[in-house]
Write a protein that binds this ligand. Structure first.
Ligand SMILES: C[S@@+](CC[C@H](N)C(=O)[O-])C[C@H]1O[C@@H](n2cnc3c(N)ncnc32)[C@H](O)[C@@H]1O
Ligand code: SF4
Length: 331
């Protein structure tokens, strides 16, 4: 058993989330330290060995039509990821020692009638790999919520883009605020009644002009109710969603995502990063390649080199991106 697996087993999710925030703060402080470059080769090797996070789009179908989501223009066939492909990904991720499996992408997990089977397979293969679910919460009924609790999902992150039905339903078209809120309350209740420490339940609202006036009300509603309530930034999804501000602080600074995550779409194709909603990056396909091969491929190494050299603008998707995620101090 690796040290990471041991920590995952012994330390609660709440504590691990706090520790991870503390470690980010510590790296920021260390960035001022002159000796920082000494540990750079070691830290860099760690990143290149495996992705920290594998994002799996268990389905590309969705029950909503949100105004800030590019999925309505998807050229890919909507539908679930085939179970044999899902198993292959989980097997490889566990064998590689990946820390997080994020069930996310451009679809909604709870539209899958057998979503429990996907979660159960992960837990069959590993009790300790961290499982994170992103959901719109609309179909998170008792059966789905119970699966999250019983199968030890570590984090459930529910997107609720408003504090009133009028605002929420203008943004998250086809969803109902009252249903989503009731579903979140039931999940909290089910977990607490089971005396379980997992899942850590997060709610967030994406800040946009349509709901900016409800930020305070949203935080009042959810602070102290969910384990964490936060306001997230609107992302342009590589230039596909109009965003009124430009995040890019420096054209030259590398983005951390090519070192951190491997997003796999429902047909097995691999995106450049989680913003690559239609798989335009074309950086491999896990139906015919392994995660390890793709992660260490010449193509991926070249993309990282361009970022390090301040030439990310030569990659079409990165040139269109307004939201590079800052790399740590030692890059
Ligand atoms: C694409 S969704 C898929 C999962 C699920 N259907 C949901 O809505 O939570 C994944 C995450 O992206 C967020 N999201 C969607 N569009 C976004 C945007 N333009 N900027 C930032 N986050 C966005 C959602 O709130 C959610 O947390
Ligand atoms: S943000 Fe989520 S719920 Fe909304 S359309 Fe996109 S995938 Fe569906």
């Amino acid at each position: 058993m690796t040290i990471r697996q041991l920590i995952n087993q012994r330390v609660s999710t709440r504590r691990r989330v706090q520790l991870s925030a503390a470690s980010v703060r510590m790296s920021e402080r260390l960035s001022a330290c002159r000796a920082g470059w000494l540990v750079k080769p070691w830290l860099m090797r760690r990143y290149l060995r495996r992705p920290e996070e594998v994002d799996i789009e268990v389905t590309s179908s969705c029950d909503a039509d949100c105004i800030m989501c590019p999925r309505r223009r998807m050229r890919r066939q909507p539908g679930p990821m085939a179970m044999p492909l899902f198993r292959k990904i989980v097997d490889e991720a566990v064998a590689l020692g990946v820390r997080d499996l994020v069930l996310n992408g451009y679809g909604e997990i709870s539209t899958l009638r057998n979503c429990r089977d996907y979660l159960a397979y992960i837990r069959e293969r590993s009790r300790s790999i961290r499982v994170i679910v992103d959901t719109n919460g609309m179909r998170m009924d008792e059966a789905v919520a119970s699966a999250y609790v019983e199968l030890g999902v570590d984090v459930v992150n529910i997107a609720i883009d408003g504090a009133t039905a009028q605002t929420f339903e203008r943004i998250r078209k086809d969803l109902k605020l009252a249903t989503v809120e009731a579903n979140v309350h039931r999940l909290i209740d089910l977990r607490n009644r089971a005396g379980a420490s997992r899942p850590f339940i997060m709610v967030h609202m994406i800040y946009m002009p349509e709901n900016a006036h409800e930020t305070e009300l949203f935080l009042q509603k959810w602070t102290g109710v969910a384990d964490r309530a936060g306001i997230a930034g609107l992302v342009s999804r590589v230039g596909s969603v109009p965003v009124r501000r430009v995040n890019r602080t420096s054209e030259k600074a590398p983005c951390i995502l090519p070192w951190r995550q491997l997003p796999i779409l429902s047909d097995g194709s691999v995106g450049l990063c989680c913003d690559d909603w239609d798989g335009a990056g074309g950086v491999g396909n896990v139906t015919g390649q392994s995660i390890k091969e793709i992660w260490r491929s010449q193509q991926r190494r070249h993309l990282r080199q361009l970022h390090l050299a301040g030439r990310a603008g030569e990659i079409a998707l990165c040139a269109a991106c307004q939201d590079p995620r800052p790399a740590p101090w030692w890059f």
